[in-house]
Design a protein around this ligand. Structure first.
Ligand code: ARG
Length: 560
């Protein structure tokens, strides 16, 4: 608000040549508190006004006036503005207390639909760290979108089709053990698959067998289909355990195989549009003008591939949901694939092709290296989550041996820690997986936020806060940093969604907690003169932490 006010006044003083939007873009937020809360640099004006930046600053400063500006100073070529704390606090807290549930929500997504392609693990393979990232980032984005007014559809596009299933069928029939498969399906399927992978290096006839089994699967051979369905069922059961731990659900779990009998229509459509070309016996869409390699549509042996299914799925989803945005939350390695999908759709003149967005992310590393699921180096995700929970239980026991519901709290803390550790990083970067880092109470962690939240709960109880009678004008000096931080919440939500970047919200919550703890360390709340006002502020913090964590997909226990 104050930025708009300042921009409006400065633009008015400067006259018509300077647009308010331009002025607003120049406004800075000083790092040092003795430089005020807002700063306007006059350097860019010096040339055209033929005056020194310092003179310009003084001339403009003399005319700035508003109840929200407590003091206007000039320094060097800057105008530094100090805001009126009482005014700002009152404005922010009034906005919040008017309708706490609506605080931070937006309308710009109203009437629009976002479809999220997320999680998408591959059956018969371990649920990887990459799939975990896709799941938690996708879930947070869906929550953010809803907060901005959108309808969302979370789709788990299970990897349940492709030539690898031919190999898997061949491998299982050769080496598989039914009992092991029942006991530990993914492990057994990975075992035979890895074995196949190695054995086929010296034995090319195995590859041929794999191909034949895939052909059988495509031709609906009874045995092949029955086995494949079984692999799928047991895999989904395993994945479900992870989703349950994470507390994440989907609106649709339509996998790749669903599109098998719908791809002919896609291929015909490409043909009719004159886009299909032969290349070494295969059919491709050339993307020369886009400077991309050709998109393979049908292999020389007649089988369809990943891209064909994705094209078909996109068209189907558009018809089904009439989305305004389709987000594909998938790792960087698939960047080329999604560029190709989008450009093929564009070439086929689907006007909505630009609504497809690849929301890509970096890798999960361990000791600086990619966590791989191949070659038996499996990091079992469910185990990692269970480990986080038991570590959290240990930490909680040390801190608070008397805690009720300790096991439930440990789950909320352990799982929250894993989710937050992922979401606090800009999704485009790689993340180092470290249980120890994610579980400390002092670092940039979920337990730190949850602990801060629990602290606000107990303070509000102790002070008997009556949220029907808030006092919104806070004068206590030590509360200023906190007030300035919490009022950014609505803006942060909007920016986080628009950049598809939950880390903006995650880092904001860390700021809120840090400012709250600093404030609390220096300020007497219960029994102070401003008790009701300070409790009102703490209630706003409490609400914001809980709401923010919930958008990230993390629970906040009342006690811990
Ligand atoms: N199952 C794929 C994988 O694990 C990811 C699928 C991503 N979504 C999509 N529409 N292609 O690599």
């Amino acid at each position: 608000m104050e930025k708009q006010i300042l921009a409006l006044q400065v633009a008015h003083i400067l006259g018509e040549e300077y647009r308010r939007e331009w002025v607003q873009q120049q406004i800075e937020t000083p790092k040092q508190s003795n430089h005020g809360d807002l700063a306007f640099p006059c350097f860019p004006l010096a040339k055209s006004l033929k005056k020194s930046p310092h003179r310009i600053a003084e001339e403009i400063a003399a005319h700035l006036k508003h109840p929200i500006f407590k003091e206007v100073q000039t320094l060097g070529g800057y105008i530094n503005i100090f805001l009126d704390q009482g005014f700002v606090a009152e404005h922010a807290l009034n906005q919040f207390f008017q309708d706490p549930e609506a605080y931070g929500t937006h309308e710009f997504g109203k009437g629009k639909t976002v479809v999220l392609d997320m999680s998408a693990p591959n059956i018969a393979k371990p649920f990887s760290m990459g799939h975990l990232r896709s799941t938690v980032i996708g879930n947070a984005l869906s929550n953010l979108a809803q907060t901005c007014g959108y309808e969302t559809v979370k789709i788990n596009y299970i990897g349940d089709y492709g030539t690898q299933f031919g190999k898997l069928l061949a491998a299982y029939l050769k080496w598989g053990e039914e009992e092991s498969l029942r006991q530990n399906p993914i492990q057994e399927l990975t075992r035979v698959y890895v074995k196949f992978h190695h054995a086929s290096k010296d034995n090319p006839s195995l590859i041929e067998e794999g191909r034949e089994w895939f052909k059988k699967l495509e031709d609906n051979d009874e045995e092949a289909v029955a086995l494949w369905k079984w692999f799928k069922a047991v895999s989904l059961e395993e994945f479900e355990k992870i989703y349950k731990l994470l507390g994440i659900t989907f609106d649709s779990t339509r996998g790749e195989a669903y599109y098998n009998d719908k791809m002919t229509a896609t291929i015909n459509m490409l043909q009719e549009n004159g886009l299909l070309e032969k290349s070494d016996g295969a059919q491709v869409v050339r993307l020369d003008e886009e400077e991309l390699p050709p998109c393979l549509i049908r292999k020389s042996n007649g089988t369809t591939i990943y891209a064909t299914r994705d094209l078909t799925a996109a068209i189907d989803r558009k018809q089904m949901y009439d989305f305004d945005e389709a987000l594909y939350v998938v790792g960087h390695e698939q960047t080329l694939h999604f560029q190709q999908i989008k450009h093929v759709l564009k070439k086929a003149e689907f006007s909505w092709a630009d609504q497809l967005k690849h929301v890509s992310f970096g890798m999960m590393l361990q000791d600086g290296k990619k966590m791989s699921t191949r070659q038996g180096k499996t990091v079992l995700l469910e185990q990692a989550l269970q480990e986080a929970i038991s570590q959290a239980a240990k930490n909680i026991k040390e801190k608070n041996p008397e805690l009720k519901d300790a096991q439930k709290v440990a789950e909320q803390v352990g799982v929250g820690a894993v989710i937050f550790h992922d979401l606090k990083h800009d999704r485009r970067n790689d993340v180092e997986f470290s249980l120890e880092d994610m579980l400390t109470f002092e670092g940039h962690t979920a337990p730190y936020l949850q602990y801060t939240y629990a602290r606000t709960v107990s303070l509000l109880e102790k002070g008997n806060f009556d949220y029907n009678n808030p006092v919104t004008d806070v004068q206590t000096e030590s509360a200023w940093g906190l007030i300035k931080t919490i009022r950014l919440f609505p803006e942060v939500i909007e920016k986080a969604y628009k950049a598809y970047d939950p880390s903006k919200l995650a880092r904001h919550l860390l700021d809120v907690a840090r400012h709250f703890n600093k404030f609390y360390a220096h300020t007497k709340v219960v029994g102070s003169e401003e008790e009701q006002a300070l409790l009102s502020l703490i209630y706003a913090v409490n609400y914001q932490l809980k709401e923010g964590l919930s958008i990230l997909g993390i629970q906040a226990p009342e006690n811990m």
